[in-house]
Design a protein around this ligand. Sequence first.
Ligand code: URA
Length: 196
Amino acid sequence: AEVMETAEQKQDGLLKLADIVASCQRCEKLADSRRQTVFGVGNPDAEIMFIGEAPGADEDRQGEPFVGAAGQLLNKIIEACGLRRDEIYICNILRCRPPGNRNPLPQEVANCREFLDGQIKIVNPTHIVCWGTVAAQNLLQVTESVGRLRGQFLQHGDARVLCTYHPSYLLRNPSAKKQVWDDMKLFMKDRGVDLG
Ligand code: URA
C-alpha cells in the first residue's frame, strides 16, 4: 500500500533522482551536447505539475525549465491563473536539450521516462498540464495532436490532465492564446477557482 510522504521526504527523493539525472549517459548524443541537465523545479509537494517538451538553449544554460522566451509567456499564464510559479512543480519530457531544439527522438523519450515517472510518483500531483503535442502524446501514450486533446480532462494515474498549446507555439501563433486561456479557465475551475 502507498504511504503518504511528507514534503521533506519528497524533496529528498527528488534531490536523489536529480543527482542520478545530472550524470545520465543514456542518450549519448544528448549527454555530449548538453551543458547540463534540466531536472525540474518547484514545490515537491505541489498539487499542480506542468510538463513541457525539452530544455531549450536558455534552460540548458541555466539548468531550470521554462526560463527563456516561452518561460516568460508561461509566467504570464501562471500569473493570470492566480498561481505562483513556486507552488507548481515544472519539468519536461526530456531532461537534456536536443541539438538545435529538434524534437525528441522516441528512444530519448523512452530513456528519460523513468525520471519523469519518478517525479510524478514523488510529487503525486492531483492536476497536470501538458504543454504542447510532445508532452501530451508522450505522457498519455496517444497519437492525437494537442489540438484534439485540449479542452477536456484526461486521466493519468490519479491525476487529472489538461493538455493545451505550448507557449512557444503561442509566440508564433498569438491567436491560439484564447484557446489556452479557455483551457486554463477549465483547469482552474476544476480546482475550485472561477476565472470567468
Ligand atoms: N520549452 C519546453 O518545452 N520546456 C522548457 O523547459 C523550455 C522551453
